[in-house]
Write a protein that binds this ligand. Structure first.
Ligand code: NZQ
Ligand code: ZN
Length: 385
């Protein structure tokens, strides 16, 4: 088990009605920038409720709306200007990962003299950030409790993240009832995303981080159990609540403590969403089973067999047959149970940029159970076509 540091400043308020704690934002100052997306929070009534609570707490609210999925750096720059012009004290995100990542980037960019994209290229330049607060409305990214913010630069066709403990939210409000309205496809994609986060940490060469391995398996079993229930019964509180907490725990550091992780599917997917603006979780679902098949060999079979037996309950057979069955079950879960598209062509992606994207992703795929070369990634793309 490797050494690790686990640090989390995020206070989580979990459950129905926890938005009442928004009055605690007054601890961080008087002027708040509220960041949100295209309007789901207005349709759901969360906007009105939040504004009332903030006003009652004596806060002055400024707004930045229009965050798109795969959020763009341009809107972040507008938000930074708003913060500087209005002496904003804190940034409140109400939405999914795109909104939260935009808020985090604004919070860091406001405290940095140069252009905010520099912080993507070199996160060590993040020396300060405005306090970040979140109200989560979509279970997927775990941004509500982690240190990452993922942005897209459409000029460069680059989607990449900045990362700093200063980006960890101070307070995150997780009310599962807010996710009842999440569409079928976003529920499925969000479930695939949290599964992928658990996988990226789980498929590690370290065999003895027993506790974190089991945390990861618990997250995976939770997703496999409750993802389909949430699809079929969108307002099933038990399902939405367990998925919400699984999404947060998949990527808040707990499942990778003591492990040696190398996130490979994410850099590959980020190429796809940077060039084609596809939904992150859909790209991951397409890539993941092909990545698994690609890295399964005599040296890695032990890990897949562990996964098959502990998560899917596969009995009998030898390590290789269990491993192969675990990969089939994973693919079937994404494509049959969640109903996600199963190929790149199904989401409008052909082989035109495979070389370019493989070359760009490879430097970020050099750690973990099996580091990937450009050729490996090309093969994964071709198998996903
Ligand atoms: O625009 P709004 O109105 O917010 O609507 C959104 C959007 O259309 C909608 N939505 C959100 N909550 C809803 C809802 N619709 C109905 N009811 C609700 N309660 O869902 C759509 C997608 O929202 P988005 O925020 O884009 O989804 P998600 O949370 O999956 O975030 C995806 C982004 O996060 C990045 C992804 O790459 C992608 O850019 N990631 C961030 C990570 C992080 N910060 O740690 C890690 C992840 O691996 C990921 O890369
Ligand atoms: Zn992800």
């Amino acid at each position: 088990m490797n050494n690790f540091t686990y640090y989390t400043p995020t206070k989580i308020y979990f459950g129905k009605g926890q938005i009442s704690h928004l009055d605690e934002l007054a601890e961080f100052g008087q002027r708040v920038l509220l960041v949100y997306g295209s309007g789901s929070i207005k349709r759901l009534g969360i906007y009105n409720e939040a504004i009332k609570l903030l006003n009652d707490a004596g806060l002055t609210v400024f707004e930045l709306s229009g965050v798109e999925a795969n959020p763009k750096v341009g809107l972040v720059r507008n938000g930074i200007s708003l913060c500087r012009e209005n002496n904003i004290d804190m940034v409140l995100a109400i939405g999914g990962g795109s909104v939260i990542d935009t808020a985090k980037s604004i919070a860091a960019g406001t405290c940095y003299e140069g252009d905010v994209w520099d912080l993507i290229e070199d996160s060590s330049k993040i020396k300060n950030a405005l306090p970040i607060l979140t109200v989560l409305t979509l279970s997927a990214t775990g941004s509500e409790m982690n240190k990452n913010a993922v942005l897209t630069n459409t000029d460069l066709h680059v989607k990449a993240s900045m990362s700093s403990d200063l980006l960890k939210p101070r307070i995150s409000i997780l009310d599962p009832t807010y996710t009842f309205s999440v569409s079928r496809i976003q529920t499925a994609a969000g479930t695939a995303d949290m599964i992928s986060h658990a996988f990226e940490n789980y498929f590690s060469p370290i065999r003895d981080s027993f506790l974190s391995i089991q945390f990861g398996e618990a997250v995976l079993r939770t997703c496999f159990k409750y993802g389909p229930i949430a699809l079929n019964e969108p307002d099933n509180y038990e399902a939405r609540a367990n998925l919400m907490w699984a999404s947060t725990n998949a990527i808040n550091g707990i499942t990778k403590s003591g492990a040696e992780v190398g996130w490979c599917c994410h850099p590959i997917e980020h190429e796809l969403s940077a060039w084609y603006d596809i939904t992150h979780g859909i790209g991951l679902a397409i890539i993941t089973p092909r990545w698994m098949k690609h890295i399964l060999n005599e040296k890695t079979v032990w890990k897949f067999a562990e996964y098959g037996r502990n998560v899917w309950g596969i009995t009998g057979g030898n390590d290789m047959t269990v491993a192969e069955e675990s990969i089939s079950k994973t693919a079937s879960f994404f494509f049959d149970e969640l109903g996600l598209p199963s190929t790149l062509s199904a989401v409008g992606i052909n082989d035109e940029r495979f070389e370019l994207m493989a070359e760009s992703a490879a430097p970020s795929c050099q750690k973990g159970l099996v580091p990937l070369s450009k050729e490996d990634i090309l093969e994964i793309f071709r198998a996903s076509a």
